[in-house]
Write a protein that binds this ligand. Structure first.
Ligand code: HEM
Length: 422
């Protein structure tokens, strides 16, 4: 806490610069201490409140007076296209989980939960292992690789395409569209909007084809599950199913890329923790892998800021008055380093126990894909460390570039070297 008798408050650090993207944590420490609910202009020009303390963040995430629906944004008339997924408005993708409130959210989430079950994810584990090994096969003999492009990026896109039931021969199109979205996430929107439109068009048609072909039980990919899911006689419409498939792809793709990328990077930068994990894996102990992936999410999680929320009435967060219509961004990365909640928050401790981090959000929008993300993260990191035991960074950390997007936090490239396999 700030002591009034101590030296004067240091000046506010700049936000959203390149230096900030490389290491936002000192700026977040300043905000938590001196301006825990802070109004700022975002790079897009939109003004929003940043919530950085753990207790406030957790409360805001569960506060139903904060709506997910951009119609509640006071600037929504002229702020069009400035919030949310690029291109989603033009592609009519508005009715997905991250943009709606109860009761619509409750109904859609219940329906998708019937299809996207922990059991379906568990049954998918062998396929994730197979995909992981195939991708590592692609570079293991070479002794060097860019782990973002060759590993972290393709794994989640192939995994979710497989799970949805996108035929293998079409999956490289998704890889290209997703590549366009991730490369230009914070930049020019034209190409991104086109990619979103193509994906949406493809998914709509695929859903239509699968609905026509559905006969009885059996055909058990996730899209068929979405079409079949019913609750008190209610089903998803084709439009809703397409929006749902799209949000599963969109929400589950760059996040998981960054879990694998940021996670591997954190392990390479913390050799004693990485050796601990390697020893545990060699002894067949998977416990440290499970707590370790949670800790990596807390320490440098993929989602820096939770997605948009808008005050539906005047309200107070952490003693700060927020006016109706104001956007609120909960800074998960700042909350998860709050010393009021986590002991030694800036240290990576793979065996951390009391670790209720907010990396997957909290409340009714808590990440639906967390079981799949955990499966992919754990499989990817364990397999990398087992197969390439002397994996090391092949670049100066100062030279690594972080993506400058608003919501996500992740590396553009992660050059590594290792003894070639076999
Ligand atoms: C929601 C994080 C992977 C699907 C969320 C939220 C967070 C998050 C923070 C809440 C956003 C908010 O409240 O504004 C992550 C992280 C992941 C990950 C860190 C990877 C490490 C996935 C995967 C999928 C997925 C693999 C699906 C395949 C979703 C969906 C929602 C969501 C559908 C919206 C839920 C709702 O609004 O009810 N995720 N996610 N996520 N996530 Fe994830």
């Amino acid at each position: 806490m700030h002591d009034k008798n101590a030296s004067p408050v240091p000046p506010a650090p700049p936000l959203f610069t390149w230096e900030f993207a490389a290491d936002p944590y000192p700026a977040y420490a300043w905000l938590r201490e001196h301006a825990p609910v802070h109004r700022t202009a975002l790079p897009s020009g939109v003004e929003a409140w940043l919530v950085t303390r753990y207790a406030d963040a957790r409360q805001a995430l569960a506060d139903q007076r904060l709506s997910k629906n951009p119609v509640h944004h006071s600037e929504s008339a002229h702020g069009k296209g400035k919030v949310g997924i690029p291109g989603e408005r033009s592609a009519n993708l508005m009715t997905h989980l991250l943009n709606i409130d109860p009761p619509d959210h409750t109904r859609l989430r219940r329906l998708v939960s019937k299809a996207f079950t922990p059991r379906r994810v568990a049954e998918f584990a062998p396929r994730v292992q197979e995909l992981t090994d195939q991708l590592i096969d692609g570079f293991a003999g070479r002794g060097e690789a860019d782990l973002i492009h060759e590993f972290a990026f393709p794994l989640p896109i192939y995994a979710i395409c497989d799970m949805l039931g996108v035929p293998r021969e079409d999956q490289d199109d998704f890889r290209d569209w997703a590549g366009m979205m991730i490369r230009h996430g914070g930049g020019p929107r034209g190409g991104v909007a086109r990619s979103v439109k193509r994906m949406r068009g493809y998914l709509t048609e695929l859903i239509h084809r699968k609905r026509e072909a559905l006969q009885g039980e059996g055909d058990e990919d996730l899209i068929s599950g979405l079409i079949r899911a019913s609750d008190h006689g209610e089903h998803l419409t084709e439009d809703e199913a397409a929006a749902m498939a799209f949000i599963l792809l969109f929400a589950g793709f760059e996040t998981t890329v960054n879990l694998i990328g940021n996670g591997t990077y954190a392990l390479l930068r913390n050799p004693e923790q990485r050796e601990r994990l390697q020893r545990a894996l060699a002894e067949g102990d998977e416990g440290l892998l499970a707590t370790g992936v949670e800790e990596l999410l807390r320490y440098d999680g993929p989602v820096e800021l939770a997605t948009w929320r808008f005050a539906t009435r005047d309200l107070t967060i952490g003693g700060q008055r927020i006016a109706e219509g104001d956007p609120v961004l909960v800074v998960l990365a700042a909350a998860d380093r709050d010393p009021e909640r986590f002991a030694g928050p800036d240290a990576l401790d793979l065996s951390r126990r009391d670790n209720q981090h907010l990396g997957y959000g909290h409340g009714i929008h808590y990440c639906l894909g967390a079981p799949l993300a955990r499966l992919e993260g754990q499989t990817a990191l364990a397999t990398l460390l087992r197969r390439l035991p002397d994996l090391r960074l092949a670049a100066d950390p100062e030279d690594l570039r972080w993506r400058g997007g608003l919501i996500m936090r992740g590396l553009r490239t992660l050059p590594v070297a290792f003894t070639p396999e076999g």
